[in-house]
Write a protein of this length. Sequence first.
Length: 525
Amino acid sequence: MITGKNYIGNLLASTGKVKFKTFNPQENKENDVVFSEASEAEIEVAVALASEAFKVFRNISGAKKSEFLNQIANEIEDLGDELIKTYCLESGLPEGRAVGERGRTIFQLRTFANLVKEGSWVEATIDTADPNRQPIPKVDIRKMLIPIGPVVVFGASNFPLAYSTAGGDTASALASGCPVIVKSHPMHAGTGELVASAIINAAEKTGMPNGVFSNLNSSGIEVGMKLVKHPEVKAVGFTGSVGGGRALYDLASKRLEPIPVFAEMGSVNPVIILPEAAKNKGNEWAKTYAGSITMGSGQFCTNPGLILGIKGADLSNFIQKLSEEIVKIEPTCMLHPNIIGAFESKKVNMQKQKGLQTAASFSDEINTNFGRQTITTVEGATFLKNTTLHQEVFGPFSMVVQCENAQQLEEIISNLEGQLTGTVLAEKEELEKYSTIVNALQNRVGRIIFNGVPTGVEVCAAMVHGGPYPASTDSRFTAVGINSIKRWVRPFSFQSWPNEMLPDELKNENPLKISRVIDGMRIDN
Ligand code: NAP
């Protein structure tokens, strides 16, 4: 049952005065439950508990953490229909999407459970002593990755499960040994509370310290800001807009002790359609992209918001076909009136820009809170001059840039901000012919796609979900896949430490049988 309260460690609390409700965009009305925003005192207790819990949790074995993560997955499964119903009521997203996202969330938790149970992820590295080394003896040094401390997680509105309460940030932070305080997203506070209850149940059943997890409600930005400024918080995971991520990044860097903010933010995900692909498969790609641009009402961070090609009859035909195809698709419900408001105002602002033409816009009657898909087009020179045209319009919107020639296409790509993904639609030979353009694109993105769509992020070890700023605040890390655990750890060395006092990962006898590097040689067990 949803109470509207905060989880301050294992206890429910609602002493705060600020109350709010979530919104059902399909029915265009508020949902019933009243949520209580976390008070200053509750924030303090949650952080103090997390800080205390860290003293224990940082040393808990991989096997125990694995039990905890698997139990969270079990408890989420046990939430059954209530979770799915609440998700749909708070997001307007269809049931199939809710079920799919729950599956992905559970898969992520179990993947991290397996990773920490196996244990080699800590990158244990041992350089043994050599007392006879000349001119000075060599000491014994042993290194591994250790958790950084309490982590605050902000989820995004468009993924109430997979990028929220028990999403990738929380799963990876808990796996690393860091307690987590979630700043719950106000648009899906009920979904967040249900998932939080699953985490708390799992923590209690597997004997985790109180404070290993807290879930704080908020209706505005204050709770999040207080958390980021709190001296006992040691890192931040954020998924959301560039504005929000940047504000938190700046706040964290102004602290007396600056802390890392791993913000995964918006992106326009440029797609290049090269001449032979436009000629041979333009119609096919137009149909595929009409689907990708409107999928989930365009509310994906990997939505293709920018398509670039070289001016000519084939590109014109592609634009024509894309425009025809996109208006055949029935619009769908967007997440919240605020998201629709932002979509409409950003779209109108784009349409006001000099030289931008609207090629297609769904014009029939639509339900309240549904998003009207729109395709616009602009000349390459105009796009280059006006950086407003480079910004994300979060929703079913895309812009086709008609470049004068290959040089201008390369110049535009080189001048784009950092992106999560880049896509090349091409005949294979064109990759070689236009290699400088492909290289320029690689330099701007975290993942490059050949003849596909950027929407849909596979959860696997090889996935990079991140990219040069502003796609993320640190392009050396990924927010998806097992390597996302690296955001919450730091390398640490023991020098001349007694063997029996070392963590198991670094002991001579290797009791965990993990893979290690010893005196420069990888030793697998
Ligand atoms: P958002 O408006 O930035 O909100 C995300 C969270 O950050 C919310 O909890 C929000 O709290 C908080 N927040 C925003 N600005 C803040 C500030 N200045 N100070 C403190 N807290 C702040 O984003 P959203 O609408 O939920 O999500 C849509 C965006 O996320 C799109 O741009 C999309 O591309 C991006 N996204 C990126 C990824 C990725 O992996 N890169 C994945 C999904 C979505 P309040 O709501 O309480 O203000």
